[in-house]
Design a protein around this ligand. Sequence first.
Ligand code: BTN
Length: 242
Amino acid sequence: MLSTYKEKIGIWDWYEEESVISTNDTIKEYVEKLGKNIVVSAIHQTGGRGRRGNKWQEITGNLYFTYTQEAEAQELSKIVCIVGLSLAKAIKQRYKAGDIKIKWPNDVFLNGKKLSGILLENIKDTLWAIGIGVNVEKAPVLEGMPYQATSLKESGLILDRIELLHYYLQQFLSDMQEYRKNGFDKIRREWLDMAKGYKEKIKIKTEREVKEGFFEDIDDNGYLILKTNKGTEKIIAGDLFI
Ligand code: BTN
């Protein structure tokens, strides 16, 4: 395991594996042996997990990684937004990608199609695994979804996935520093500037129902404020579609 050590990126010791089932599982083994502040990437990920029990397909050349982050449970919804924002900013600023949007809470979309997915899981106590998949090389065909997926290459953006890993982690560090120092407000405004469907009519699929309304705002927890014909509702979890 230790032979896979590459270098330090920001505060994290970076390890790259040839093939794992899920980097969100592998990180737990690393943390047990080595402590926190670890990032693990994998060239192949054979059993990648998505949100709501979905699978995250493996396509050679795409980026799969998971890193550790300390956070109190009550700030997790904000961290979820920061992760999406940092990824959107890293891709937009470094690679001048065109139409980059964040679909609440943290899917990054390029030209109306899903480019990446993020899965946060608890490791122990206040230590979290933040797992990210980015379609660098090729997008999978999504079945039963109201949107399609895309890759950076499909938009003519040819890049080294490890370079993106570096840019992302540096961007996340800087956004976390802003949040820890000055609170969530600037992050919230930046997030809204890139939000898909903001100030538009949207639908939110929750565990139990589909709610329709107007995407009014996100609050200082990162929860979505939806204006419906019954009044204003705070949405804590769900899938947004337009
Ligand atoms: C989603 O949009 O449903 C979230 C997908 C998260 C995929 C990444 S790939 C790296 C990490 N390892 C996993 O098994 N899942 C996450």
